[in-house]
Design a protein around this ligand. Structure first.
Ligand code: KIV
Ligand code: ZN
Length: 512
């Protein structure tokens, strides 16, 4: 008789730890869109954010929880009352509060400046308080990978006694090896007297490129939940990639004797959507979702695959939802085909959004012969997910050259009113941004600017991503157009609108 296959709980933290990747922050609409796709993918738990970190993140976590998509929605909280209260309000009674405190000697001494018994007290209090909001409470020993194992057992036993239902053991700094990490999980299982009352979870970072290996080793050693992100996004070098863990478990089920609820055919679509929304491209040779993951270049390999696929393929591209070449759409494609393609790409648009996106698609068809999936995703991001459009571009004209001072004239629309101004700068984009600042009436700091061609060819759509700060607020903006200056202006306006909205929310909160 074969042994029993264990079901591993998949906690996706793309919307929280993934969002901590430099430049990956998402607005509410974007988080909701990704959340919808994560639900289709079949994740068991989605960590939607860190509600106390900003009013915007609170709203986003609450919005995701209110969507009732099926998966449990988790909110992160330090072991502090205000964090827990805020997370509890955001995720609601059916949600999960994920509270944490650091347990490694270096973190306790240098960062928290707390003695180990006080850390245990704070953890127990946090879990008990979290339980007043929901029955589903996860506790993490931050930097568990560098924590004394005896102390780990002590604090874990105490928080389980206090009501924690999931115990997360993160390798926060990506320091562990698979052998040690598996040993640590086994140690916890064998030495913590009440461990059977909770699920052991792992959360591995990728600083040494070992996050997936460490997660899989921990699953072999008995972990019942794995925390991961789409495309391996996350703080610094990222988290363990969901698609790699899931496909390892699927392809090597014989070895791991474990499986997940993930609908693997949704993987590719989810990867694309997250890449589009965050603006972080997937490296071509990335396992499972890279553009080359299923491409056979060498003649010997091609010959082998033609004769028998399994000679060089251990899984099919179809099993992860990769349908080969990007689908081509053009000016003869109708609304229905457009909508179907949007759905296949992971976008669920309401009637109005569909109309706007379709109209934009038709206008793009006039400028571009073939429209690829990447173009479609870029125009939807630009048209639908660029946030509230307080200020909109109506007209722009720039002048630049080797012997000219770059100048720009910009006309913006706010409600029904039009505003026109001009500016000079180091280049046409800079000049246009200066003109915008004159119209809006305040300066903004441009911290990041990235321009890339969405597809190949001279008529490719240019996609611009900016990060802007002003008065302590930060926002990311995106814009797409066949004209790179227009794309830049749109991206800048989308970030500015977002910042102005944040300021408005704060002013309302303060009763100003
Ligand atoms: O890496 C980490 O330790 C974390 C915790 C908050 C779980 O992200
Ligand atoms: Zn983390």
């Amino acid at each position: 008789m074969g042994s029993k296959i264990r079901k591993i709980v998949v906690l996706d933290t793309t919307l929280r730890d993934g969002e901590q990747s430099p430049g990956a922050s998402m607005n509410i609409k974007e988080k909701m869109e990704v959340a919808r796709q994560l639900a289709r993918l079949g994740v068991d738990v989605m960590e939607a954010g860190f509600p106390v970190s900003s009013p915007g993140d609170f709203e986003a976590v609450k919005a995701v929880a209110d969507m009732n998509l099926g998966p449990v929605v988790a909110g992160l909280a330090r072991a502090k009352d205000i964090d827990i209260e805020t997370a509890g309000k955001a995720v609601g009674k059916k949600g999960r509060i994920h509270t944490f405190i650091a347990t490694s000697p270096i973190h306790m001494e240098k960062k928290l400046r707390m003695a180990p018994p006080d850390v245990i007290k704070a953890a127990v209090h946090a879990v008990k308080y979290a339980r007043t909001f929901t029955k589903d409470v996860e506790f993490s020993c931050e930097d568990a990978g560098r924590t004394d194992w005896g102390f780990m057992v002590e604090i874990v036993a105490a928080v389980i006694e206090a009501g924690a239902t999931t115990i997360n053991i993160p390798d926060t700094v990506g320091y562990c090896t698979p052998w040690e990490f598996a040993e640590q999980i086994r140690y916890l299982k064998e030495n913590c007297p009440n461990i059977d009352k909770a699920i052991i979870s792992v959360h591995c970072h990728n600083d040494l490129g070992m996050s997936v290996a460490n997660s899989l080793a921990a699953i072999r050693a008995g972990a019942g939940q794995v925390e991961c992100t789409i495309n391996g996004l996350g703080e610094r070098a990222g988290n363990a990639s969901l698609e790699e863990i899931v496909m390892n478990l699927k392809v090597r089920r014989d070895f791991y004797q474990a499986d997940t609820n993930i609908k693997t055919k949704e993987i590719f679509k989810t990867s694309r959507l997250v890449s589009q929304v965050t603006g972080i491209r997937v490296q071509p040779n990335k396992a499972i979702v890279g553009m080359n993951a299923f491409a056979h270049e060498a003649g010997i390999h091609q010959d082998g695959v033609i004769k028998e696929r399994a000679t060089y393929e251990i899984m099919t591209s179809e099993s992860v939802g990769w349908k080969g070449e990007s689908m081509v759409m053009g000016k003869h494609s109708g609304r229905n085909a457009f909508n179907k393609r949007m759905e296949a790409l992971g976008y669920k648009l309401d009637k109005q959004e569909l109309e706007r996106a379709f109209d934009r698609f038709k206008r793009l068809c006039d400028k571009k012969k073939v429209v690829y999936d990447e173009d479609l995703a870029a125009i939807v991001d630009d048209e639908i997910f660029s946030g509230n459009m307080l200020w909109e571009l109506d007209y722009q004209n720039t002048n630049s050259g080797t012997e000219t001072i770059p100048t720009a004239t910009v006309r913006l629309k706010k409600g029904k009113e039009m505003f026109l101004d001009s500016g000079t700068g180091d280049g046409p984009v800079d000049a246009a941004f200066k003109a915008i600042e004159r119209i809006v009436g305040q300066p903004f700091n441009l911290n990041e600017y990235a321009l890339e061609a969405v597809t190949g060819g001279k008529d490719a759509l240019g996609s611009v991503r900016v990060r802007v700060t002003s008065g302590g607020k930060t926002a990311v903006g995106r814009g797409a157009s066949t004209d790179v200056i227009t794309a830049s202006i749109k991206a800048y306006l989308s970030a500015i609108n977002n910042i102005l909205l944040q300021k408005e929310i704060k002013a309302k909160k303060n009763g100003v």
